[in-house]
Structures are given as C-alpha cells and as structure tokens.
Ligand binder design. Sequence first.
Ligand code: PEP
Length: 252
Amino acid sequence: MPQSLVIGNWKMHGSRAANQALVAALQQCLPVNGVQVVLCPPMLHIADVAAQLEDSPVLVGAQNLCAEAQQAGAYTGEVSAAQLADYGVRYVLVGHSERRALYHDNDDRVAQKFLQAQQAGLVPVLCVGEQLAEREAGQALAVITAQLQAVADKAGMAAFAAAVIAYEPVWAIGTGQTASPEQAQAVHAHIRQWLAADSAALAQQVPLLYGGSVNAGNAASLFLMADIDGALVGGASLKADEFCAICNAALE
Ligand code: PEP
C-alpha cells in the first residue's frame, strides 16, 4: 500500500453551486502529499467536480452504479460503470449500508456491482459492516465475513487486489458514535486475516478504510491503528477545514 486513502462521501448533499464552492475550498488545502484523496459527489455533480479536479491528484468517485452492464438491457434511471468511467470517475462505493438498507442492495447485487465496476476499470470500494443488534449478539465478524465472501464467490479472491474494503459499522454512520480505535482495529485485523488466508501478499495490498462518524478530533487515533489505512468520511467531508484536517491526520 503506497499511501493512505481518504474518501469523502457527500451523499445527496448540496446544490450545484454549493458543491463547486466546496471543491474550490478543498483545493485550498488539498492535495496532501502521501494521501490519496477521492471525492464522491452526487451523481449529477460528477461532471462539474471532475472538470474542477482535472489537473489535480485528487480523484473523483461515485456513490453507486448500475449492477448491470450497459449493453445488457433497458434500465431506466440507472448509471453504468462505463458511463462513470467516461466521466473520469476512478472509484465507486458498492454496498454502502444506506443502499443495502434502502435500495435492496443485497450481497448478491453488491457482488454484481463490484464486478461491473472492475470490468469498467473502476476501483470498487466494498463497504461492509454490522448492525448494532448484530454486534450486541456477538455476530459482527460473522456478518462481515459473509459480506466479503459473497463478493469473493462471484468475483474471485484475486479481484480484491484491485479493490478497497471499507469497514463501516452501521451504528456508527451519521450517528456521531464512532467505533473506538480498538473496536475498529479488531475488525480490520479480522478482514486482513480473511484476505491472508488466501494470500499474504493480497492481504498487504488491499487498503482497509474505517468509516463511521470520522471527524477531525478522532481521525488521528483511528489512523494510529495498524490495520486502518484510511477513512471513508460522510458528514465531515462536507466541511473543507475538517476534511483537510482528516487528510492531514492520515499522513502523520
Ligand atoms: C458514510 O456516509 O459512509 C459515513 C461514514 O458517514 P459519516 O462519516 O457521516 O458517519
């Protein structure tokens, strides 16, 4: 892993003008050498953001993609992986917990999206994580393993070499309740071991991000953990100063 990775997920935030202003503000403090930064604006704003970042090492990501190939049929309202790539998108979130919960992105569809992303040359950011009740029942690691295995079954373990895994406990997303560094590290170590069972080299290669109420105050302690290689940031990615502070913490 050459450098840390910090991804901002803007969700359905912002007007066109507001998001252009956000990019402009971020450009005052980004890039941070040694940290790969990716911004995931709303789908409609991708072209604007890509144009603003044209000469920048900061990359553009998408929050979602169609599970089917562009030529496969008629899919009103969807956006294909190939279309995202055509607009300069390099990374795409798959299996974000909001999509799993609200838009029927089950394990099979998430795996399908992962495949579609890679076939178009995009890097899938596979989001996995347990619900609070699952954690309380001692099932967190089993849930995460099953989410990973569903992708491995469809895409093969080697496919993870060109992917990112983001551990996002559902109870920590948008709640202000961050997993403690030790809780996050325990899951990251488990994911690393799951990869290492296939290949030690693969396990070292795949960036493992933590997501769930990361902010400028808690980022550094999370990044100190051995198996946390970066962050997937929602709310705090909408504030330029705070997001830049997180990116700087990823370097230290
Ligand atoms: C997210 O949207 O993936 C996320 C982690 O959100 P937040 O940082 O706001 O918890």
